[in-house]
Ligand binder design. Structure first.
Ligand code: GLY
Length: 570
């Protein structure tokens, strides 16, 4: 056989592969899947140096703060779920906290309503997402440091160093960052963002040009040399407080000194033979995910075809119920010790919920009780597995894309606007999108309710699926459907990620669906059942790993909705 024959055979082989196989990455020794190819590579390099999944996650998180600054961060917070190779699972909560000087009514005007203002995109928005008062006490550095102290193996400095180098030497500005650069240059009322992507000569960095962040490199050096204290004490802390004083922020040195990340017991559920571990409050993600999986377990999915009318209806009704419960019950567990978490995640509660689903018509969300939350849609998730079989699922965020947009030019990083995730107005729950239930009202030192859902599914007591997504409230539902796709519909991780997603969040009473992926006939049938449908370009940006134990291989998949994301294995 000559080279031409070989080429034709190879070409035919490629043609014969199902389309979905193309986004799978295979590896035996380790895998990192993140929203940035550069950051995934940083994680893999750490694994190759002998680091474990926690080490690689810390290095990847710092790298994302440099290469994916819309959500990767040191000025925000998030959650980490860790399962070791023996299946022992824990979580680290590094969600931001309300400053001690915050008050429950701090975002209300004289009439007792939530004021509005102009956000960093030049759009009208509620005031709890705007300006220095929207900044929660950042948790990322404390969370990563705690993870390292408990489970890391390589020296801390080795994990921060790669990001210092990327920030100092720069990297080619990708299309998404370039678009942000020109958008903010023309539009943003926030000065820091207008200057964020500029070169030394004051010009905006162009697409493909090297973008350097020297101030961020210096900040990261402090963190490299002094660990947690490099951020919460000393030069960085002083500069943060100076910034707050100059811009009307309320975070004080006491807030920084007292901030702690905490290890929490994961929320656990089962679906048939699988065990599901996810984030407990202050995230609502784990509780809602388990509630919905329990509801789905009661349906005979063998008779319900994926993407059919019955499928969309059932999934939407499960979502409607879980989001109503989320709004009613959930908030920071340190302030709400009596939340009914066991009940919400129990099989018997799911049965009650399931029994009230009418498979012929849509339920009606009761607008007098609950409404939507204003969670931001920009967050980032990554999944990591190492050679020994340890797994990390980490989601962290600045809340909105580029957070508050505010930052100090001396420090080079962006502050979150996470205070907008609290319920801003007591007892005010309405159809236009506000929740006023008490569990998530703003209180000093409290962590705001989140939707982040970093999740690990175990099979036979070992990691099987590592998954998560950005997307505000849609996170819970996109993770739910991806897990369901693998566990109930036997999809590979990449198929499950790319498959059609819907989103229903109780109120507004709407099924959002990924446009082009739901047929006109199905939409018509759903409308006839009483559903209202609205399309979305896409839902979720899932980054996942599946373990094929039979063939001893890790399968990584990065959502095609982010062209800069990458699953890298070795
Ligand atoms: N900031 C988005 C979330 O925590 O769900």
């Amino acid at each position: 056989m000559n080279n031409t024959h070989l080429f034709i055979l190879a070409f035919l082989f490629v043609l014969m592969q199902p389309k979905d196989v193309f986004s799978q990455t295979y590896a035996r020794n380790g895998m990192v899947v993140s929203s940035s190819e550069i950051a995934s590579q940083v994680g893999i390099d750490i694994l190759k140096k002998g680091g474990n999944a926690i080490d690689a996650s810390i290095a990847t998180a710092f790298a994302l703060a440099v290469t994916h600054p819309s959500a990767g961060n040191i000025g925000g917070g998030g959650f980490l779920v860790f399962m070791d190779s023996a299946g022992v699972t824990t979580t680290i909560d590094f969600r931001e906290k309300a400053p001690l000087n915050a008050t429950t009514d701090m975002f209300l005007n004289d009439a007792g309503d939530v004021s509005t203002g102009t956000n960093l995109y030049g759009n009208k928005s509620t005031i709890n997402h705007i300006g220095a008062k929207s900044i929660g006490v950042p948790g990322t550095v404390a969370g990563l440091y705690l993870a390292h102290q408990k489970f890391g193996s390589l020296p801390w400095a080795d994990l921060v160093q790669p990001s210092i180098e990327i920030a100092k030497n720069g990297f080619p500005l990708n299309w998404g960052l370039y678009r942000a650069a020109i958008f903010f240059d023309d539009n943003s009322p926030v000065l820091f963002l207008r200057n964020y992507f500029r070169k030394d000569n004051g010009e905006i960095t162009q697409f493909g040009e090297i973008w350097k962040q020297p101030a961020l490199a210096n900040t990261l050096k402090e963190i490299r040399d002094h660990g947690r204290d490099g951020f919460y004490k000393g030069r960085i802390a002083k500069e943060i407080i100076k910034f707050m004083e100059e811009h009307g922020g309320i975070i004080t040195m006491v807030d920084l000194e007292q901030y702690i990340a905490v290890e929490r017991k994961p929320i656990k559920g089962t679906y048939k033979d699988y065990e599901i571990y996810s984030m407990p409050p202050p995230s609502s993600g784990g509780v809602a995910l388990i509630e919905m999986m329990n509801v789905m377990e009661l349906a005979n999915l063998d008779t319900i075809e994926f993407n059919s009318t019955a499928y969309v209806h059932l999934v939407a009704e499960a979502m409607r119920r879980a989001f109503a419960d989320r709004a009613e019950y959930l908030g920071d567990s340190d302030f709400n010790p009596d939340m009914p978490l066991d009940k919400l995640t129990s099989k018997s509660f799911a049965k009650e919920r399931f029994n009230h689903i009418d498979m012929t018509k849509a339920s009606v969300s009761d607008s007098s009780k609950f409404g939507q939350l204003y969670d931001g849609t920009n967050t980032t998730h990554f999944s990591v597995m190492d050679k020994a079989g340890n797994a990390v699922s980490l989601t962290y965020t600045l809340e909105h894309s580029y957070g508050s947009g505010m930052g100090s030019s001396q420090l080079g990083f962006i502050f979150n606007n996470e205070m907008g995730d609290f319920n801003p107005q007591p007892n005010m729950t309405n159809n236009s999108g506000q929740i006023g239930t008490s569990a998530n009202l703003l209180q000093p030192g409290k962590r705001m309710l989140s939707s982040m859902t970093p999740t690990i599914v175990a099979k036979d007591g070992k990691p099987y699926l590592v998954i998560g997504s950005p997307g505000g409230r849609t996170i819970i539902n996109t993770v739910f459907q991806t897990v369901l796709n693998v566990l109930a519909y036997d999809m590979y991780i990449d198929q499950a990620i790319e498959a059609m997603k819907i989103h229903h969040q109780w109120l507004p009473d709407i099924i959002y669906y990924e446009k082009m992926l739901l047929s006109p006939d199905t939409r018509k049938a759903l409308e006839a059942m009483g559903h209202t449908l609205v399309d979305r370009d896409e839902l979720g940006e899932l980054m996942g790993i599946q373990v094929d134990r039979e063939n001893n291989v890790l399968i990584g998949a990065s959502d095609s909705s982010n062209p800069n994301g990458a699953a890298i294995g070795y």
